[in-house]
Ligand binder design. Sequence first.
Ligand SMILES: *Cc1c(COP(=O)(O)O)cnc(C)c1O
Length: 377
Amino acid sequence: MSHKSLHPATIAVSAGRPAPEPGAPLNAPVVLSSTYVSTGTPRPDQMLYTRWDTETWQPFEQAVAQLEGSDRAGLVYSSGMAAIAAVLSLVPDGGVIVVPRHAYHATLILAHELAEKHGVTVRTVDVADTARVIEAVDGASLVWIESPTNPMLEVADLPAIGAATRAAGAIFAVDNTFATPLLQRPLDSGANIVVHSATKYLAGHSDVVLGIAVTRDPVLHEKLWHYRTHHGAIAGPWEVWLALRGLRTLALRVERAQANAAELADRLSAHPKVIEVRHPSLVDDPGHAVAKATMNGFGSVIGLRPSGGAAGADRLIDALKLWLPATSLGGVESTLERRRRFDSESATVPEDFIRMSVGIEEIEDLWADLDQALRAL
Ligand SMILES: *Cc1c(COP(=O)(O)O)cnc(C)c1O
């Protein structure tokens, strides 16, 4: 059966395995070797040196590419930021880049560094304002979209932006970390490149830092490979193996976590100690209509503003017993943090805004913990 006919949940389990021959291992092996035996003119079908390529990366690169709908294997990087830096390196000096006003803060730091050091013009947009994004695409070299955005959960109309970006001849790159390929496939909406912090949902267990970029375009693939190889932004073999192991359960984790998130968002909205809840599943959420029209689900990150301002948010987090106070997201365990505790977070993110990453625990335990902490405010 070709992978094209398989459903994403099946691809996550079956892609990237060794051929099922008698005596073959079911799982991809980890090869720990920095170099390979070779003589004479290098052959493209033979491994040479592990910074260039290694069979330990390939199963994960194939699996994520298939999930994203690409026949061309992805490129794994040492972190999500390494993959993002590789994509941003495609912007020429003096070029124009479109970025979300709210996006992963380190991505915005790199974009502004391009402005300072390479004369790049940075156009900042609200990704949910489709008309404004389409206007900003004109003359751009690269349109960088994150959706839903981190941490404000604005939802972009990827098909509309994809069509406009293609027409304008810009490179369209999407950070798909929050949605995962199960909830949206940006390449099918006209994106040229899709990037993940595999640290989050793809690996899913908060025990590995890793990134990946996927493109169908051979020229872009070559450039992203060049960046990875010559900047040395390469992943270790164990990290990639762990990420592939985590990927096998992606569908189960996403399904459970987003069901938990939608139910919690609903209950939180009705709580007297809550000022605002952001989750695209809520019918009155600004991102609901676009998410419903363009995504296969609403994801499992919630934005919460409890009563009592920033101090109230901090007290809430301290009063929780099961939810873990930590940065990052996308693991099996529920975590949360007040984003403005970081100076680097955008000043337009409210001071009391808590980003919650909902895990796969039993919903009633998660709710009971939240409810007792909210009541104590
Ligand atoms: C975490 C994150 C990144 C950065 O990934 P690292 O693996 O930490 O380098 C990029 N984009 C988004 C949306 C993220 O959540």
